[in-house]
Design a protein around this ligand. Structure first.
Ligand code: SME
Length: 171
């Protein structure tokens, strides 16, 4: 178990992300199942950033994204490739920042209070593993700082975890 983790709310977003990255590295325990590690990472993000209303993973099986570990209200359990922000991000292969979900064609509402969103695809060697999805009740809550650090977080997942094992989990 990692040391007691407390975030000073007056820190800048960048400083908070730097702590999240450091804490992710120390939290990940390669001896426990991937889902245990990913569950803790969603909790880490949710407790660090008040702006996050929902954070979670979706995993790809046969071009359908299935709900994985998350923090927040109950959510859609499956999203087809090409649908919603998640389906568009995994298909396109890049991070999508949505400042106003009402203006994103095909945005899927899991929570009608959601105002903005960021989705980071989890892709390596052309294998589309899934996405990391964050929502906020605040309009335009996510920007390039979130993109940079969340993409770094996903890289750390690849460095520390054997995500290929996910294939055995989502059957
Ligand atoms: N809004 C997402 C659906 C997932 S929920 O936000 C948890 C989308 O449009 O893909």
């Amino acid at each position: 178990m990692a040391e007691f983790y407390q975030i000073n709310p007056t820190l800048s977003e960048e400083e908070k992300y730097k702590l999240v990255i450091k804490q992710t590295v120390s939290l990940i325990d390669e001896s426990v199942p991937i889902l245990s590690n990913l569950s803790n990472i969603t909790a880490l993000l949710k407790e660090t950033f008040e702006k996050i209303s929902w954070v979670g993973f979706y995993f790809n099986r046969d071009e359908i994204l299935y709900l994985g570990p998350f923090q927040g209200k109950t959510a859609c359990t499956k999203i087809n490739f090409g649908k919603g922000v998640c389906g568009k991000s995994i298909e396109a292969g890049y991070t999508i920042i949505v400042e106003d979900v009402e203006k994103f064609p095909g945005h899927i509402y899991c929570d009608s209070d959601s105002k903005s969103e960021i989705v980071v695809p989890i892709i390596k060697d052309n294998i589309r593993f899934g996405v990391l999805d964050l929502d906020s009740y605040i309009p335009s809550a996510f920007n390039n700082t979130d993109k940079i650090y969340l993409e770094r977080l996903v890289e750390i997942l690849f460095e520390k975890l054997n995500l290929y094992k996910l294939k055995q989990i989502i059957i």
